[in-house]
Ligand binder design. Structure first.
Ligand code: FAD
Length: 410
């Protein structure tokens, strides 16, 4: 009997086609290093990893497997929403993935589909899907992270171009990206949420300087991006001028859902391996902790699928995407703690090249911070849940009705 007895005949046929494609094109998990981590202290390795992601996205697109549920006219497959789920289930046996490019497709794709003009969709969606053009998110600024709507970067219309000046920070993979989706203040007289415009900017434009930020683990995942008199054609606006908060919310909701759902190999598989190697698998407490992590990972995955299904069907998410992200951040803490306890002190002090397992454990511990900050911190996501889902009073001091220019700042 099929491993998936609930598949309809149509789904079973689709699954077989996916299996054939992956068997012919993807790298089997067994042949890859199970302890590989995605943080690189060498910029060439980081770029190679980024380009591997682009290469896999190209392969997907070339064989008709990119954007499975997207409209065919924009390079998608036009499949029903279950196609994504089946593809993900089958891909779990393989190591090939799109890396950061997958994240930008998840954030920007639904945003362009929902808010962009037909011209922008035709121009940008196919190259986003086939990896030809890679993207970075230019949202956060020094002083405007959690309170993103307070951002300072200014754009002034000059003829048929926007002229942008300002600074962004924490921009993942901006040093490799071809394009950026950028938020800029276009009306300082309006309250902060109502004077922002969502722009698409070519990262090769004169006036853009990208400075990588080196982290404690030696890698430079993030960048500062300085914009000095950068000119952007006025037709590269997503949504309305001064109405950029609406597409921004679409990006943030899809980002939270993407982070919460997780991509690539699950930590619980590695934790099971660690428990086997380090003698914890028979320990009932370790087994209980493992079961908790596995259950949470599965739940997060189902929650992500439910959100994705609703969004693809043009409906509102069935629950706030912030919930999956808050849950994923907590799961990361549980898995990092268990990994550290199973492997002990030796894993903390071992060398990166001689002990890939220890290297994975260290990454697992450090990544718990990344996941609880990126895409909105856990504290802020909890505020959002309190206000949006539980109807509790708004966080005081938001200045949401004061003109942006009159809000005190340092
Ligand atoms: C892995 C990762 C990837 C990222 N990638 C990108 C990217 O590609 N593009 C981009 O633009 N940005 C990116 N960011 C930046 C990220 O969006 C911000 O770091 C995040 O929104 C928090 O902003 P901040 O760092 O300015 O912290 P702050 O807003 O200064 O927050 C500092 C602390 O105060 C707390 N806090 C703030 N306000 C409140 C409140 N109202 N109630 C309770 N607590 C509060 C926060 O929870 C936090 O603990 C990334 C960050 C990470 C970690």
């Amino acid at each position: 009997m099929s491993r998936f007895p609930t598949d309809t005949p149509e789904q079973a046929k689709f699954r077989t086609a996916v299996q054939t494609f992956l068997a012919e094109n993807a790298e089997p998990r067994a042949e890859s290093d199970p302890w590989q981590v995605s943080g690189f202290s060498d910029d060439n390795d980081a770029r190679a990893y980024f380009e591997d992601g682009r290469c896999w996205q190209r392969t997907l697109a070339a064989h008709g497997w990119a954007g499975l549920t997207w409209p065919v006219e924009y390079g998608g497959g036009g499949h029903p929403v279950w196609a994504d789920r089946i593809f993900r289930e089958e891909s779990a046996h393989y190591n090939s993935h799109s890396g950061f490019i997958g994240a930008t497709i998840a954030m920007l794709g639904p945003t362009l589909l929902a808010h962009a003009t037909p011209e922008l969709k035709t121009r940008f969606l196919p190259s986003l899907l086939n990896g030809e053009a890679t993207w970075c998110q230019l949202f956060s600024e020094p002083g405007s992270g959690s309170d993103l709507a307070s951002l300072n970067t200014r754009a002034i219309l000059d003829g048929d171009e926007w002229v942008v000046d300002g600074q962004k920070v924490w921009n993942s993979c901006a040093q490799f990206a071809d394009w950026g989706f950028l938020l800029a203040r276009t009306n300082p007289e309006s309250p902060k949420h109502r004077g922002i415009t969502f722009l698409l900017v070519d990262m090769a434009s004169p006036g853009i300087e990208v400075r990588p930020l080196v982290q404690a683990n030696g890698s430079a995942h993030f960048n500062e991006v300085f914009l000095s008199s950068v000119r952007i054609p006025s037709n590269q606006v997503v949504g309305d001028v001064n109405g950029g908060w609406s597409p921004t919310r679409t990006v943030l909701a899809n980002e939270a859902a993407f982070i919460g759902r997780g991509e690539g190999p699950s930590a619980s598989d590695r934790l099971r391996d660690l428990a086997t190697r380090h003698g914890g698998l028979e320990n009932p407490i370790v087994r209980q902790r493992l079961a908790r992590i596995i259950s949470r990972e599965r739940l997060q995955n189902f929650m992500g699928q439910r959100i994705q299904t609703a969004v693809r069907n043009g409906q509102s998410p069935p629950f706030d995407p912030a919930l999956t992200k808050v849950m994923a951040a907590r799961t990361k803490v549980l898995s990092g703690n268990l990994a550290a306890e199973l492997t002990g002190l030796a894993a903390m002090a071992s060398s990166e090249t001689e002990d890939p397992e220890g290297n994975w454990v260290r990454a697992e511990i450090l990544n718990r911070f990344a996941i609880s900050i990126g895409g909105g911190t856990t504290e802020v996501q909890k505020n959002n849940l309190a206000e949006r889902s539980l109807g509790l009073p708004r966080d005081p001091g938001q200045n949401s009705e004061t003109a942006w220019k009159d809000i005190p700042r340092n």
